[in-house]
Design a protein around this ligand. Structure first.
Ligand code: PMP
Length: 431
């Protein structure tokens, strides 16, 4: 039946899909950290909709919140509802540093949408146009259509052309482009940033904001050195440039704290939030310094579906659960344990490059001699794992990093079972 449904999907839907290339199945249902296909095969889910299901599929707390909201109201635009107000109060209570209980919230719909709103806001505040991002970054695929919207009011700060972006290398110590001691890498990146900002002939133009992932996601599950975010905070503060932290993938408990920024005690000026915040219902938002609200015109960044009550009811339940349960200490403890399990599983694998991670954001980079990326091996491994009942996805500059992003609620047994499959299949394929 999966084959039949895949055939129909091929017939009706765009060929540009990617996930059905390696997860060749049609899905019937899912629960916790398992997914059942339409033929009754059960898969262990280390994918979690790409960090969308941090509490797992169909978590009773999330489900109950959505059901309660469903009885009342499915959508209304911007008018306060209990779900909206409660969500904002709970969200604000979780934010890092001086954003806590003070930040302003602007709702958006997708991760990319949140990042766009953040960039527009940063530019509005700083009056700079160029945004500094980092090699390997992923902030979404969007951003052209505002140019077709006639009202200049919307176009003034929005829309990023490639010319408006300057990419600095992320402090990816395993593949840093310049040979230097690991402990010097953060400083090198931040010095380059300072140069871009200060040297009028650097070519960067007036910098309007710095956009960074606190742990890089699609770029390869790269945990930057501990001093990186604090140094970035220092220079952006000094220079009066808004620091935008994209927590779309790293947030909502994924790294063992509600926000990955908390690990380095950094307070962003603007935070981008999406994925798991809606528990599977699309929603996103930015939270930012309240001073940035001054002079912000109404309708600064728009979207019909912003702040959907079902998603916000789910989000409130999820954040409350993270605050009150013992899940986050578990993620910290078990994250370290699972990282060690990956190290052991790949100990004698000649294709292993590096195992790294924070909480339940763990990357296993495969590379051969002289760090030659093993992207093809990872492609074959992904297939082999799926054939053996394990859904695991990859990432990285060369598609050569396997990433562990299981629900934070996954049972030990499903970690162990999956790890057996991972160890066996990765060895077999490495020869
Ligand atoms: N930022 C980060 C860090 C992401 O990982 C993603 C999605 N992978 C996005 C933004 C874009 O989110 P969306 O796909 O919802 O637009």
């Amino acid at each position: 039946r999966s084959r039949e449904m895949l055939e129909k999907q091929d017939k009706y839907e765009t060929a540009s899909r990617t996930y059905t290339r390696f997860f060749r199945m049609a899905v019937d249902r899912a629960s916790g950290s398992t997914v059942m296909d339409v033929d009754g095969n059960i898969f262990i889910d280390w994918f979690a909709g790409i960090c969308v299901l941090n509490l797992g599929h169909n978590h009773p707390v999330v489900r109950a919140a959505i059901e309660r909201q469903l009885d009342r109201l499915v959508h209304i635009n911007e008018v306060p509802t209990e779900a909206r107000v409660r969500f904002m109060e709970t969200l604000l209570s979780t934010l890092p540093g001086s954003l806590r209980n003070r930040a302003k919230v602007m709702f958006t719909v997708t991760g990319a949408d949140a990042c766009e709103a953040a960039v527009s806001l940063a530019r509005h505040v700083s009056k700079g146009r160029t945004i500094v991002a980092f090699g390997g970054a992923y902030h979404g695929v969007a951003g052209h259509i505002v140019g077709a919207t006639a009202n200049w009011h919307y176009r003034e700060y929005a829309g990023l052309s490639a010319q408006d972006i300057y990419h600095l290398p992320y402090p990816y110590t395993y593949r840093f482009p310049v040979r230097m001691a690991e402990e010097d890498v953060s400083k090198a990146v931040v010095d380059m940033l300072r140069y871009l900002i200060r040297d009028p002939y650097s070519g960067a133009g007036k910098i309007g904001g710095v956009l960074v992932e606190p742990v890089q996601g699609e770029g390869g599950y790269i945990v930057p050195p501990k001093d990186f975010l604090p140094m970035l905070r220092e220079v952006t503060e000094e220079e009066g440039i808004p620091l935008i932290v994209d927590e779309v993938q790293s947030g909502v408990g994924r790294t063992g704290k509600i926000w990955a920024s908390e690990h380095s005690s950094v307070t962003p000026d603007i935070m981008c939030i999406s994925k798991s915040i809606g528990g599977g219902i699309p929603t996103s938002m930015i939270a930012y310094r309240p001073e940035y609200d001054e002079g912000l015109p109404p309708g600064f960044h728009l979207g019909t579906y912003r702040g959907n009550p079902l998603a916000l009811a789910a989000g409130e339940a999820i954040l409350s659960y993270l605050k009150s349960s013992d899940l986050l200490p578990r993620v910290q403890r078990d994250g370290r344990k699972i990282l060690e399990m990956f190290q052991e599983a790949t100990e004698r694998n000649p294709k292993l490059g590096e195992v790294r991670g924070l909480g339940f954001m763990i990357g296993v980079e495969f590379a051969g001699k002289d760090k030659r990326p093993e992207g093809e091996y990872v492609e074959r491994l992904k297939h082999a794992l799926f054939q053996n009942g394990l859904m695991m996805h990859s990432c990285g500059h060369y598609g050569n990093v396997m990433r562990f992003m299981a629900p934070l609620t996954i049972e030990d047994e499903l970690v162990e079972k999956g790890m057996e499959v991972f160890e066996r299949e990765s060895r077999k394929l490495a020869g």
